[in-house]
Write a protein that binds this ligand. Structure first.
Ligand code: SAH
Length: 265
């Protein structure tokens, strides 16, 4: 799926102050400064009409906690949609949603506009989900206190897929989950640290050999840590045959290179 060249996020939340820090720094800060990504955070309380700016109410049928009222959410979506073109895909952050993974991140990065709704309390009135939301997205099988952190995870992960957001385009290639594989192990100076050396091959200057070593480590590491990914990974038939001949311990970087390292206990 092809990523768009620019993306706009509109976030609906009762805690707009949570977004500034994480999104203003580093890669996300630069992405916004360059105009490739824009993030507009809206306070849901702007669409309440009572003196206390109430966004929640008790659940019909009883039970614990509070539920976000449909009114402010519908009005917010209706007010934010016309702020830009084209129509945004409306996403509700929810532990009941489709679980975020590499494929979903790529799919979302093909949309030029996303509205992200952050739930609080026990969640939102079901009519919002049925009649105003296109997709529910979860960041994993656990519950956090609100949709703000999940929305920031979506914004960050999706923005990385927009061309130009990462400093060098190359950083996307061979990153974990590219081709269904995890990334290879990385080292930097010094070449020897506390008696442990860097795998010799990496100091050899033989680029083709290094590429081969890295590819093998990616495959071995994925088998060891994420066999579920390996089943779908893009391996050549030769690589599959090679892999079958390798013991599980081969995923330890030193095993493929001859340099033995010992662990600190
Ligand atoms: N009672 C709800 C959870 C409410 S948590 C339930 O059991 O399904 C409050 C809000 O946090 C949710 O409405 C959602 O917007 C957000 N949230 C919590 N966990 C999440 C997750 N894993 N992924 C995305 N959003 C989540």
């Amino acid at each position: 799926m092809t990523a768009v060249s620019e993306i706009r996020f509109d976030v609906l939340t009762i805690f707009p102050g949570m977004f500034a820090g994480p999104l203003d720094q580093s890669i996300m800060g630069r992405a916004q400064a360059s105009g490739l990504v824009s993030v507009h955070v809206h306070d849901l309380r702007d669409w309440t009409h009572d003196r206390h700016r109430t966004v929640d109410d008790a659940p019909f049928g009883g039970g614990p906690g509070m539920v976000m009222r449909p009114g402010p959410l519908f009005e917010a979506i209706e007010a934010v949609q016309p702020l830009a073109e084209p129509r945004a895909t409306v996403i509700f952050m929810s532990p009941q949603g489709r679980r975020l993974d590499r494929a979903l991140v790529e799919e979302l990065a093909s949309h030029p506009r996303l509205i992200l709704i952050c739930g609080r309390y026990e969640g939102v009135d079901e009519r919002v989900l049925e009649h105003a939301v296109d997709m529910e997205v979860s960041i994993g099988d656990f519950v956090v206190s609100g949709g703000e952190l999940p929305a920031m995870v979506v914004i960050d992960a999706v923005s990385r897929r927009i061309p130009g957001v990462l400093g060098s385009e190359g950083s996307l290639e061979e990153e974990s989950f590219d081709e269904g594989l995890l990334e290879y192990p990385q080292y930097t100076r010094p070449a020897e640290f506390r008696g442990w050396s860097v795998p010799e091959i990496l100091l050899s200057g033989h680029h083709a050999e290094i590429a081969k070593w890295r590819r093998r480590l990616r495959i071995l590491r994925t088998r060891l840590r994420r066999p579920d990914l390996l089943a779908l990974a893009r391996l050549t038939p030769q690589e599959r045959v090679w892999l079958d001949s390798q013991p599980l311990e081969a995923a330890q970087p030193s095993a493929l290179d001859g340099t033995e390292t010992s662990r600190v206990d």
